[in-house]
Design a protein around this ligand. Structure first.
Ligand code: BGC
Length: 744
């Protein structure tokens, strides 16, 4: 069967490598290295491959040392009263290295959008824009930069591994963690997160991608049994992982809390052994989400390589016993250890351990602002933007603490705000999940652009007072927010509280109203027709206010496009109510996911996630996937396809009077034999154009992105036939069409 095949193959190749290395060691054929103390450690020779070096270390290890590497040291600082290892760098995870062999500890820090818990040691960490925002830049270079900022700061703080890289697609738009991820499309999300992980590794820290797999909602995340057929899985959620892993060869993959088709994700033979290790060829190690290990033998045989954080104690003494009794073959334990060692050598953390230094907050700010400027999406502009600084007399900002800061996302992706929560200054760490504002003040940034205008702020708590003030302002900007966090989904797509009513009241009082959204995901906007402008700035990070002001005043021309579909109402989603929510506790409870009784969640929509669902069910979204406006205009022409090379060539022209960047999007509808009633995103490119300038763009159509997954053959299959290629500015605006012929 698949598992035996796969596991057997790994055992064989690893055993052969270790044996070969042992021979070379014994005859002294491998150049020797030393550890600086004069001890001979041949695996310290950097000219050897990570595989050779890992095999050499493994050959030297005792059973206890092997067991030591395959589990963490406990909840540590994450749980009050837990043991904190004195060697731990006080991140979310810690694994003891093997001093005798020069193998360093693994110090892991949560770092989805910046490094978590830095304040614990008076350290600073840059808050980057949320993942869903960065994905809205559609800029792989920005994603690489994002990862390298995190990697750089991890090293400076003394960590050698990140826990980040969330790539769960937005199957459930109310998922409390969507802000950590990269949107609804597997090609966009996989590309962006792959580049992010590459950027991280460029800084010589180990990378991790999560949460594998189908952990697409928080409600019931530790009890839900997700059901989805393998074809749909491979073409949607797993494709995002496949692409990201292919691009970046990450050190770790974190398996998730939920069950998939009856097996916990961390003891799921199909997901781990079969798809991840065999089909994707993943060479790193599988670590469990914190507390997501449920067994010793079953998990070990299904492909789990490391139990985190380690307190549940399945991979410590119980695993040792299971190996001694033969229930888990030694070769399997060796494979676990080998994967960890190999990843350490591969990422460079053995040869170049982190060196502590002071994080440079200014460099982080510049990088975060740059990414935010590309992430912000202009959704509506009735001629009100960009603002003219000289002729703007008075601006009123309303709501969302826009006087002091910008919102961030909660849970294990929370970064500590320098100086504490800007909206609620008080000593001590923040509570798990509470909304935290970062000191990037829209009021200050807007004032610094509109130097001759009166720029005031009202908190929006008293609607009639806000409307009264709005009446006499030249322009009103309402900041509306949707706090999101790990552990809890939002109950609806509506903005929380009475923010919709606030926007309506203000818009009725002043026709010059703009809305700026600070949301973790898509929201509904019943007031959209009555406001002049709408900007989605997501959780924009520490440079958010500066980025927003640059866009409002036209120093930066907006270029972001939605990485998720915005629905008109919850009723239009595949699941109008978040599955399991009916049995959950109150939606604002801290650990909603724990309060839900186990349930099955059948994803009947299959691979039709996001825009694919809307297209196949003929529903009109509020704003489609891939949509975003600019202060200039672009025209597309001249689509030419090359059937043999599978490339598309076309021209984009800036027809306006301002420099701008257009994201050109290429979609494909498969031949009828695929029986798909939606198109797929296949390629995209940012194109920077001066006024009047035209550029020819050539995009490569990756055959996997055009293929269907054949479960019989257990492989991607490119169907022969006619493929409709559509090119344009969004999933709804594709003026160029042509046919690609794929011959049998
Ligand atoms: C989260 C992970 C996180 C881990 C460690 C879990 O609750 O699901 O994403 O990395 O905790 O903090």
């Amino acid at each position: 069967m698949a598992r035996t095949e796969c596991v057997g193959w790994q055992f064989f190749s690893l055993a052969a490598l270790v044996a070969a290395v042992a021979v070379l060691l014994s005859v002294g054929a491998i150049a020797q290295g030393t550890d600086g103390r004069g001890l001979e450690k041949p695996w310290m020779n950097e000219s050897l491959s990570p595989d050779e070096r890992a095999a050499m270390v493994l050959h030297e290890m005792t059973l206890d040392e092997k067991i030591q590497l395959v589990h963490g040291d406990g909840w540590g600082v994450l749980r009050k009263g837990s043991f904190v290892d004195p060697r731990s760098n006080l991140g979310a995870g810690f694994t003891h290295g093997i001093d005798r062999l020069g193998i360093p500890d693994i110090n892991l820090a949560d770092s989805a959008v910046g490094i978590r818990m830095a304040a614990l040691q008076s350290r600073y960490a840059t808050l980057l824009p949320s993942g869903i925002g960065a994905a809205s830049s559609w800029d792989p270079d920005a994603a690489f930069l994002y990862g390298s900022v995190i990697g750089r700061e991890l090293r400076a703080q003394g960590f050698n591994m990140s826990i980040g890289g969330g790539v769960n697609i937005t199957r459930e738009p109310r998922n409390g963690r969507n802000f950590e991820y990269a949107g609804e499309d597997p090609v966009l999300a996989g590309t962006m997160v792959g580049q992010l992980m590459k950027g991280m590794k460029s800084q010589r820290v180990m990378s991790d991608i999560k949460h594998y797999a189908l952990n697409d909602q928080e409600t019931g995340r530790t009890v839900v049994n997700v059901q989805l057929d393998h074809k749909a899985m491979r073409e949607s959620d797993l494709l995002a992982f496949e692409i990201a892993i292919g691009i970046s060869n990450p050190s770790g993959v974190m398996c998730s809390y939920n069950l998939v088709d009856g097996d916990w994700a961390c003891e799921n033979d199909y997901l781990l052994n079969h798809v991840l290790k065999k089909n994707f060829g993943f060479k790193g190690w599988v670590l469990s989400d914190w507390g997501a290990t449920h067994s010793t033998v079953k998990s070990a045989l299904a492909g789990l390589d490391q139990e985190m954080p380690g307190d549940d104690n399945y991979f410590n003494q119980p695993l040792k016993k299971a190996v001694e009794s033969g229930q888990v073959p030694t070769a399997r334990l060796d494979d676990m250890v080998y994967r960890i060692l190999r990843s350490m050598f591969d990422a460079g953390v053995v040869d170049h351990p982190p060196v502590r230094s002071v994080v440079d907050p200014f460099r982080g700010l510049d990088d975060a602002q740059h990414i935010a400027e590309e992430s912000i999406v202009l959704l509506k502009n009735d001629g009100v933007l960009p603002l003219q600084a000289a002729s703007t007399k008075s601006i009123l900002l309303i709501g969302s603490h826009a006087d002091v800061g910008v919102l961030s996302g909660g849970g294990s992706a929370q970064v500590d705000a320098p100086g504490g929560d800007a909206a609620n200054p008080r000593p001590g760490p923040s509570e798990w999940g509470e909304p935290i504002y970062f000191p990037s003040s829209p009021l200050k940034s807007i004032r610094s652009h509109a130097t001759t205008a009166s720029v005031q702020y009202n908190d929006g708590k008293d609607r009639s007072e806000a409307a009264r003030l709005a009446r006499s302002a030249g322009l009103v900007i309402v900041f509306a927010n949707q706090p999101m966090r790990e552990g809890v989904d939002v109950p609806t797509l509506s903005l929380p509280g009475d923010q919709d009513a606030l926007v309506e009241a203000v818009a009725a009082a002043n026709p010059n109203t703009i809305v700026v959204l600070e949301t973790g995901g898509p929201v509904t906007m019943p007031w959209a027709p009555r406001v002049k402008g709408i900007l989605e700035m997501w959780y924009p990070g520490i440079g958010g206010a500066q980025a927003l002001a640059s866009i409002l005043f036209g120093d930066v021309n907006p270029s972001g496009k939605l990485s998720v579909t915005f629905a008109k109402s919850d009723a239009d989603l595949p699941h109008p109510v978040v599955p399991g929510l009916e049995t959950a506790g109150p939606v604002d409870s801290d650990d909603q996911h724990l309060k839900v009784k186990p349930f099955d969640l059948r994803y009947t929509e299959g691979a039709r996630v996001g825009y694919k669902w809307f297209e196949s069910t003929h529903k009109e979204p509020l704003f489609p996937f891939g949509f975003g406006l600019s202060y200039t205009a672009f025209a597309y022409s001249g689509l030419k396809l090359d059937d043999a090379a599978r490339t598309a060539q076309f021209t984009v022209k800036n027809t306006g009077s301002r420099e701008g960047t257009e994201i050109a999007e290429l979609y494909t509808a498969l031949p009828a034999t695929a029986r798909e009633d939606y198109k797929r995103l296949v390629a995209f490119q940012r194109v920077k154009l001066a006024p009047g300038e035209s550029k020819s763009v050539t995009l490569v159509l990756n055959p996997t992105y055009l293929s269907v997954f054949d479960t019989e053959k257990d492989a991607w299959q490119l169907l022969p036939g006619d493929y409709t290629v559509l090119v344009g500015s969004s999933s709804h605006e594709t003026p160029l069409h042509s046919t690609l012929h794929v011959r049998p």
